[in-house]
Design a protein around this ligand. Structure first.
Ligand code: FMN
Length: 436
């Protein structure tokens, strides 16, 4: 369905929302976003989160390059309370591309140096930043040398484009060890929290739904076997790295057949995600970043857009319906688990109105934090503008053109081709010139 953002005024947006029969919250007062957040074991300067966004720009050994450093320093100077670092691989063979960040004992100092600079920049912006590292294994979407080398928990005919390697239990145990080791390095490097990435089709979310995995302690019909990898790894990190907060970016529904949080038709069913969040809570997890869908299968779910990738057809829903699905899903979990702080996603489609919607979500108790993905590439200083003027500048926001996704799909460094044109605009031009 065609759904470009054409709302010049707040009333234009609200009228469209009504026409679609949606109930999008909206507040003229954005100050709820600027309130500090306090828990006994952590506190955050405000409710604005830079969401994890892979930049495909690391050095060959996985350490941050000048371009990665530039991205994080821009985020830090921009005033977000939480900087949630992108997916960082725990093993070479689980990298999504040859330039995915990858943390290991020979390069963890480079992360310490970066964090020091990030903290300095945040402090200059008046923020004491909460730094989260997203640890991952790319599973089905591993491409350590630039060509697909899928490593999966179980087959899924809907997703498999080639015969993948099915990871053995022993291999999974070794991968779990790497998550624990990477968490120790992350703690030493100055991160406040470690995210066990369980979303968007990568290995951990896949394990949660690996019903067809045979004779394994990590899969099959038994739900405790499917939950084992995430829960036991979280417990080990909690016990072996006591200074670090453990969190997860969790898909509450994959919205495809055979995925997590779905019924037999692939429609969302929160029965198992609710049990999982309960079990995470009983293990002391108090922060969850909520998402849904897969960028490879149903990208409009996790990142509602104006333009799809070239060659992809438009989804049969309006992007505002995608925004609303994420707000409602996050709210459902936030209301069930009021003591767990939930981070909401998929706000970038809302442009300069995203702070108004996010502030209303916070006031209604529908989430504790509001995350910005693509908009952080485009407009990392939006938080400071909110602090200083109470408004976001429509000329600086993300336009959800999918340019950043086009770049990384072609294994180019990811960033905003429109608002950070000098670097990423010329990258995108090269792709277009090559007919991509
Ligand atoms: C280029 C690109 C890279 C991304 N990388 C990650 C990632 O590393 N980890 C993750 O959990 N999500 C990743 N995402 C998803 C975003 O974090 C976010 O959920 C999504 O863009 C929707 O939020 P938005 O509407 O604010 O952009 C990525 C999205 C894009 C477009």
């Amino acid at each position: 369905m065609q759904g470009r953002f054409r709302y010049k005024t707040k009333d234009d947006l609200i009228n469209k929302v009504k026409e679609l029969g949606l109930d999008l919250p909206f507040s003229d007062d954005i100050t709820p976003l600027l309130q500090p957040f306090k828990y006994p074991d952590f506190s955050v300067s405000n409710r604005l989160v830079v969401q994890p966004m892979e930049g495909y720009d690391s050095e060959n050994d996985g350490s941050p390059s000048d371009l990665s450093r530039r991205r994080y320093l821009r985020y830090a100077s921009g005033g977000s309370g939480v900087i949630w670092f992108e997916a960082v691989s725990v093993v070479w063979e689980g990298r999504s591309n040859p330039h995915q960040l990858w943390i290991h004992k020979n390069n963890s100092d480079s992360y310490s140096w970066l964090n020091e600079e990030v903290r300095n920049n945040s402090h200059k912006a008046g923020i004491d930043p909460f730094l989260v590292i997203q640890l991952t294994h790319s599973g089905r979407y591993s491409k350590p040398e630039g060509v697909a080398k899928p490593q999966v928990a179980a087959l899924n005919p809907l997703l498999d484009k080639m015969v993948p390697h099915i990871l053995t239990d022993d291999e999974l145990k070794r991968i779990a060890d790497r998550f624990v080791e990477a968490s120790k390095l992350a703690y030493k490097a100055g991160f406040n929290a470690v995210d066990l990435k369980a979303c968007h089709g990568y290995l951990i979310i896949e394990l949660l739904s690996a019903r067809t995995r045979k004779e394994s302690i990590f899969g099959g019909e038994d739900i405790s076997a499917r939950f084992r990898f995430l829960l036991e790894t979280a417990e080990r990190i909690r016990d072996e790295v006591p200074g670090i907060i453990v969190t997860t970016r969790l898909n509450i529904s994959d919205l495809y057949k055979g995925g997590f949080g779905v019924d037999e038709n692939g429609k969302s069913d929160f029965t198992e995600p609710l049990l999982l969040v309960e079990q995470l809570k009983s293990r002391g997890i108090r922060l969850i970043n909520i998402s849904m869908g897969s960028p490879y299968f149903n990208p409009h779910v996790s990142r509602p857009y104006d333009n799809p990738l070239p060659g992809q057809k438009l989804p049969d829903e309006h992007p505002l319906e995608g925004v609303m699905r994420m707000i409602n899903g996050t709210s459902f979990f936030q209301k069930k688990f009021p003591e767990t702080a939930m981070v909401g996603s998929a706000y970038s489609f809302l442009r300069h109105y995203s702070p108004n919607v996010g502030a209303a979500v916070i006031s209604n108790g529908d989430a504790a934090f509001i995350g910005f993905g693509r908009n952080s590439f485009a407009y990392p200083s939006m938080p400071l503008d909110l602090i200083n003027s109470g408004k976001a500048d429509p000329k600086k926001t993300c336009i959800t053109c999918s340019g950043c996704t086009r770049l990384i799909r072609d294994l180019r460094p990811g960033g905003c081709a429109i608002r950070d044109r000098e670097i990423y605009g010329s990258e995108l031009k090269k792709l277009t010139a090559n007919g991509k």
